[in-house]
Design a binder for this molecule. Structure first.
Ligand SMILES: Cc1ncc(COP(=O)(O)O)c(C=O)c1O
Length: 380
């Protein structure tokens, strides 16, 4: 028995996605910028993928810039917007629970002299909207807030955040990585100026993503060279991956409602079964304002490293939070922001599921945690 329960870190590529990518590598291998027949054939697939992704995400094709993933999208959006709008002010806002590909960029800008507000969150992981309203001012250039947190699954109130930003001239960037495939996001329905996505979280390949930007947005682009991506992101497009991302998004979109039902059911069962076995735990985050795919649990009886090792030995693969911090002894910055009790972050595990997860998987995970709990209870 092997159980992968770390889908928020990455997902396996779907077979249908591999099929379209293989076809691209073997048959439609041209450079979309070449003007001969093979190049024009490749261009057709590039344009088609852009239109398809735009249609699913409620955007215009020319609002989509293909990137190497969300780290690049986040870096480009934040630095690009700040640098292009320096005349507006010196203040930028994010939250304490962002992914490091956002937080580290803000930290760098802070070192360069920008005034940064890192918004607090409550114990469900929701950002402090009053603090946002109090701190945003006529010097604020940018607000960057994630849609769904990658460690606890909390969904932020994006419409409320927009309302607060609407009274100012600040731009709004959203890291929507963990929302895609779970929430029906239409870019045109929001006053979001820039939005980051990445394919490997929804059954697509690693190393490809997109930055969606509204037409009007003043933004500097970092990567110079060729004239690809409407002169906004130089470099030959990674066409097989882009076509794979479009296919993965299509599948994720088609199956979203069924998958959400399945995931919510699994989440509930997981918690109920842990309770039935009288295993002490608490949910980190929110049961109501969260996606079904992430369940972050605090187990007071065991240290996170020990739990991860024992589960790994039982062939159950989970993580202590974001993959980027796995292996480091630093406690999760997300849990540190959510809870005063510093110990909690040292005792918390993130389980993340997708449509491949079965009820049997949940039963087996619970049975293994039960075994571990009894072993520790007897020893202590
Ligand atoms: C919320 C969030 N933002 C950004 C990223 C980075 O994405 P990528 O791996 O495509 O660089 C991740 C992936 O771990 C994530 O979960």
């Amino acid at each position: 028995m092997e159980i992968y329960a770390d889908y928020a870190a990455t997902t396996p590529v779907k077979p249908e996605v591999i099929d379209v990518m293989t076809k691209m590598y073997q048959t439609h291998y041209g450079n979309p910028s070449s003007i001969h027949t093979i190049g024009r054939d490749a261009r057709k697939y590039l344009d088609q993928s852009r239109r398809q992704i735009a249609q699913i995400l409620g955007a215009k094709p020319n609002e989509i810039i293909f990137t190497s993933g969300a780290t690049e999208s986040n870096n480009t959006a934040i630095k690009g917007i700040v640098k292009a709008n320096e005349q507006l002010g010196n203040h930028i806002i994010t939250s304490k629970i962002e992914h490091h590909s956002v937080l580290h960029v803000f930290e760098q800008l802070e070192k360069e002299g920008y005034d940064v507000t890192y918004l607090d969150v409550d114990d469900t992981g929701a950002i402090d909207l009053d603090q946002l309203a109090e701190t945003i001012n006529d010097q604020t250039i940018l607000v960057s807030i994630m849609f769904v947190n990658n460690e606890v699954g909390t969904v932020q109130q994006i419409y409320d955040i927009e309302d607060i930003i609407a009274d100012t001239h600040a731009f709004f960037h959203v890291d929507a990585v963990q929302a895609i495939g779970h929430l029906d996001i239409k870019f045109e329905d929001f006053n979001i100026d820039a939005m980051s996505i990445t394919a490997h979280k929804f059954g697509g390949p690693k190393g490809v993503g997109a930055l969606l930007i509204k037409d009007h947005l003043p933004i500097d682009f970092m990567q110079l060279g060729g004239e690809q991506e409407f002169k906004r992101r130089a470099g030959t497009e990674n066409l097989p991956q882009i076509v794979g991302m479009a296919k993965a998004l299509e599948l994720a979109d088609e199956n979203r409602d069924n998958n959400n039902l399945h995931l919510m059911n699994l989440k509930e069962q997981f918690l109920v079964k842990l309770q039935e076995r009288a295993i002490p735990f608490e949910l980190n985050g929110s049961m109501t304002s969260s996606t079904g795919h992430i369940v972050n649990l605090y187990f007071p009886f065991i240290e996170v490293e020990t739990m991860l090792t024992l589960l790994d030995l039982a062939h159950i693969y989970v993580s202590s939070g974001s993959a980027c911090t796995a292996g480091s002894t630093q406690p999760s910055h997300v849990l540190a922001a959510m809870y005063e009790d510093e110990e909690r972050a040292h005792h918390s595990i993130r389980f993340s599921f997708n449509e491949l997860t079965t009820e049997d998987d949940i039963n087996n995970i619970v049975a293994e945690i039960h075994k571990i709990y009894f072993k520790f209870k007897e020893e202590s």
